[in-house]
Structures are given as structure tokens and as C-alpha cells.
Design a protein around this ligand. Sequence first.
Ligand code: ADP
Ligand code: ZN
Length: 726
Amino acid sequence: MSLESNVERVVPVMVPMPAERPYSYGVPIGMHVEPGSIVRVPLGPREVAGVVWDGPGEQVAASKLRKICHAFDCPPLPEEMRRFVDWVANYTLSPPGMVARMALRAPAAFDPEPMTEGLVLTDLQPDRLTPARKRVLEYAGDGQAWTRSGLAHAAGVSSSVIDGLISQGVFEHVEIAARPIVAMPDPTFGKGQLTPEQQSVADRLREKIAESSFSATLIDGVTGSGKTEVYFEAVAAALEQGKQVLILLPEIALTQAFLDRFHDRFGAKPAEWHSDLAPRKREKVWRQVAEGQVRVVAGARSALFLPFNELGLIVVDEEHDPAYKQEDRVFYNARDMSVVRARIGNFPVVLASATPSLESRVNAEQGRYERLVLPVRFAQAAMPDIAALDMRRSPPRPGGFISPALIEAISQTLDRKEQSLLFLNRRGYAPLTLCRVCGHRFQCDNCSSWLVEHRFRKQLVCHHCGHHEPQPDACPECGTLDHLVPCGPGVERIAEEIDQHFPDARTIILSSDLLGGVKRLRLELEAIANGEADIVVGTQLVAKGHNFPGMTLVGIVDADLGLTNGDPRAAERTFQLLHQVTGRAGRTGLKSKGLIQTYQPEHPVMKALVSGDAEAFYEREVQERRQSGLPPFGRLASIIISASTKPEAEGYARELRRAATHASEIDVLGPAEAPMALVAGRYRFRLLVSASRRSDIQSYIRAWLAKGPKPRGSIRVQVDIDPQSF
Ligand code: ADP
Ligand code: ZN
């Protein structure tokens, strides 16, 4: 290969684009790059940041070879991370460039920390000690370097006081990093006393950390058993070994309480990572993780792609939670990919849940994971007493949704000055609006879904594409005024019914569309924990991990809601969700109760919830999955074909189906309309690939899509390996 004279060699660079493999670039003479280096390269008319990948670059004609423009002064993306990116891309059938993109989500962080002028004390004393000067010296006496304005602010003096001291030589200038140094978590800081059961689980986890090799452990512990306390011991052990730690949490709203709790245990907060983080903060965390200043990150699923150099433990809290699945661009399950990341890095991963996923249970049964059980709540707190309310026998009053028995229970709870939680997994006021005269139903123009009335916002809203319109007075079909009726309840409507029964109670609605976003939500959660509400009406946001000390009654408004969609996973999901919700009650030892409103009290989910016997329920579910060859006993992939017109989508789906080759132990089903047939103006069809556990479903699909008809026009094809619903 003849190289341009000022090019030293050719390297592959992964660019954050839907690229199937890295592109080749020339390294200018004198520029130092190695695999993992973060560089800026020309791409078409632009320049983008990419990562030098492994191996030699593919040969490119010397005349076409473009050069790396700039190598950032930034720690290289570790080898483990590059292998992880390749693995995820290969498994999810995503372009590796798109996976790499997730690891490069903080562009401004590639430049080194900006330096700024700092001040430190010299040995000289000021000529005169005024009270203001005294305060400044007290603050500056901590041995750290301060910025001029930071010191003035801390001491509560004007900057001229500082300037006066500088001119007398009391301070000298030094260069300091503009980004503040992060406090180190201290593994011994707030170590508490564990119960004997907790201690034995913690000891086992410590052994795993000491082994410093890959292992997967499932902590299966009832709500309130102290799973968090216990995995904190694993975190402490990893920190003692000088390792970095990643704790994944399913819900951003949860992190605030979690950060505080972590602080109590370790004397410093972990770094936070999620998509709502301000860009500046995100860049800071990314860089400090890469440089090793941040030792612990608590984050959402995307934290898995942070550039850890010394990662030694991943904890996945609430591992069963569907929020770990990303269904956008790269479709991946962060729980599963955590296990992969741990295997590549050769360190332990700990999954925790009160209601483990069927997949993890089966993995434990088959010996791939070790299952550690915490069977009782901490501090003699009893599990709530659960009863099913048969809605056929105890119907609500006309126009209402809450049965007399539940109303009575709320009333008694109020009398005891304790808190009640009513759970309904539906935002807004009513899921459907109907014209009483002509029967017209308000539907989204872009999606196959009804518009949901949000009474506080005075809008009809599509929960799939976000389309919203003002709440109408007249029917668009027949023009009749004031005959539109809301059908069915959302949380707003339940809160209204509660207000009618208990006008003096303090009732809070907790739902992700609360005005004020995450901040407001956190405040509300705190208010509830502090006893500033009597009755909480909430969506699934209230299900997860919160500790509400005064909560002794949980009412499930519609336990049947998630069971009707025909998905084989529906029972498992409903059980997990409702068990989590009822688990909010009685966490501090008060006697507590869960009441489940249902039209099918004989359903296995209701029976399992009432009896508290999860084992029998899981065994039955496992049996069914095994018999039908569904995951985790078989493999599934869903191929979603979408287009802006229905014939286009359907036509292509059929063509693609015909191009599928026969393979033993692999079946292609469909096409059929996708469960949501129209989303945001795109018509969707689905092909399901079902295969035996040992077949290579990825290779099959890759080969099939490569030789099948090319998507044209508005057609888009998305592959979802291990889909959430099937
Ligand atoms: P889980 O994660 O299993 O739901 P947590 O770890 O949140 O359980 O524990 C439930 C509650 O009990 C928390 O308020 C926690 O602080 C408390 N707790 C659990 N174990 C201990 C312990 N050994 N010492 C003190 N408090 C504990
Ligand atoms: Zn819509």
C-alpha cells in the first residue's frame, strides 16, 4: 500500500452512524493514536467524533484516504468497552456504529478539563486582620485551592477583600481544574448492623467480589427485606478492592431517594446518570468516569455504556423491570447486557428483585446464576394481608370505580391517621371519550389508539405519539353539544371519586405527566414519605422501591387491566407489578392490608397475590413457557416493518416473508398487524421468528435480511431480539 507522504499508517475508526463496520483513516505523521483513542474525523462534508477500533484498517486507495483531524486528550475507550460494543451490536443486529454512539454521548467531554486560576495560602500574614479577612482565611485554611469568586462567595465577602489579600502576598495563584473534584465514597462510613439472614447473603456477595471473576447472583428478597442494604456490602467490597461500581435503577424518579440513602451509607453521593441530566453535568460525569475520579455511578440503562476503566461490579436493582428494555434504535435489555458486560470484564454482576423475571429464575434453577434468598422483612415488619375484592359481588356505586369495601378500608385507615395508596396504571381522567348521541369515539389520527381525556390539562391526549387537542364541547361527527361522556377511569377520575368520599383528606395524584416533571415528582414522593398526604392515587410510578413509612393500605383499582392483551408475558408482568405495589404497604411494622379489585378472583395471578405463594405461580408459568417453547426455553425475535401507508408496509412484509429460507428449529410466523398497528402515522406489521434455544437466530435473520428485498420508499425494518411482548 502506498501511503500519502504525511500519513503514517491506516487505522479503523468507528463513527457514531449506522455504519456496519469501522471506516479507514490515515494517521498523520506525529499524531499518537491507539485502539480506543477518541478522535475527530471527516465524514462526508462534516467532522464527527469516533473511536479508533481494533485491527488494521481496511485498504483504501491512497487518493481516497482521509486523515484523522484531531486526537482528543482523553482516556481511550477501554478494550472491554470496545468488545462490549461489538458484542451488543452483533447480538441485537444493530450497526456497531449506533452502539458505539451510545458510548460517546458526551461530545464536549472529550476535551480535557478546562483549567482555571485558583488561589492557595502562602506563609505570609496580612498586615491587619479584619473580620472579613478572618473569615476568608478560615475558609482558605482547609488546604484546598479555591477560585477567587468561589472563596468570596463561601466566606460571604466581596471580591475586593480577596484582591487585597492577594496584593499582600497572602495568596498565590495555582492552576486548578474548573470541574470540581468528586467526593470519594467511603466503604466503612455508615456501615450498619445486618440481621443474620442479611449477613449471610452479604458474606456470600463479598466472597464473589473477592474472587474477582465473572459470576451472576440473583438476590431474591421480599419487598423491605433489605436487598439494598445487602448489595451495599457488595459495593463496599468492590470499592475496597479499588474497583468502580455501576448500580442500575429502572426509574429516574427513584434516584433521589436512592442517592440520599447511598450517602448515608458511604458518606458521598454516587454520580447520577440518565437521559434527563443537563448536558454539562453529563459531560462531567462521562469524563470523570473515564478518568476514574467517579467510583460509583447510579443510573438508568444507558449508564451501561459509560467508559469505565476499572469496573468491578454491576448491580441491577428491580431486575425484572420492563424499563430496562430500550426499544429505540438499538433494541437491548440492560439487565441482560449487564451480564454480558460482566462476563467480558470478568467481574460479578448482582441482580436484585422481590419478583424476579422468569428468565432469571430459570437461569438460577439451571445453575447459571446463584440465587440468594431474603425471605423476611426487616424489623419484624409483616407482609401486608392481601384479599381479592370480587367486583361482581361488591360493585361500586353507579358512575364510580371503587367498591364499598375499599372505601370502608380507606376510611378506617384515615381514622388511624395512616396512609392509603390507590393504584391504577392509567394516566389522565378517562381512557375513552364517547358521544352519547351518535356513538362517535375520539381516536388519534396517527395511531391506533383512543385519545385519553386529561381533565386538569383540559385536553385529549394520545399516549403513543403525544398528539393532543383541546377538550371539545361538541361531537365532530353529529355536532351535538354537551353529550360527550368519559368512559372508564384514569388516576384523575379515581382521585375525583376519592374527593367525593373524603373531601377533607389530603389526596395526591402521582403520575408521570404531572406538571413540573421529575423535580416536582421527587418533591411529591418526599411529601408522601413525610406523611404530608393521606391518600395517594398513582400509576406504576408508585410501584417501585419507595419507602412510605405511614402507608398501611394499598388498593388495586383494576387488577385485570394488564391481563387482557393476549401477551403470554401478561400474567408474569401483572403479578410483578401488583406484588410490587402491594409491597409498598406496612414497611415499618404497622399492620397493613392490600385489597385487589378484580372480576376474576380465580385467576392464578390473583390467587398468587392473595396467598403470597409466588413459587406455585412461577412454577406454573415456567411449565407453560416450557411446553410452548417460549422464552427462556426458546428464542424469539420480532421484525417490525413499518411504512407510511398500509399497503406498502403489508406488501413488503409479505415479500420479506416469502424470502425466508427454511431452517430446522426456526419458524417464521406472520406477517400480522403489530400489536400497535399504527404509531405516529406509521403502519406496522410484524413477523415473529421463533427458534429453539440452541439455534443461532441472529445469523439466520442476518442472512435472510441481507438477501431479501431491500426496503424502499418509506419502509423501515426493525429487529427486536428477545421482544418484551410476544
Ligand atoms: P428492599 O430493597 O429489599 O425493599 P430495603 O433495603 O429498602 O429493602 O430495606 C427496607 C427498609 O428497612 C429500609 O428502610 C432500610 O433502611 C431498612 N433496613 C433493612 N435492613 C436494615 C438493617 N440491617 N439495619 C437498618 N435498617 C435496615
Ligand atoms: Zn397518536
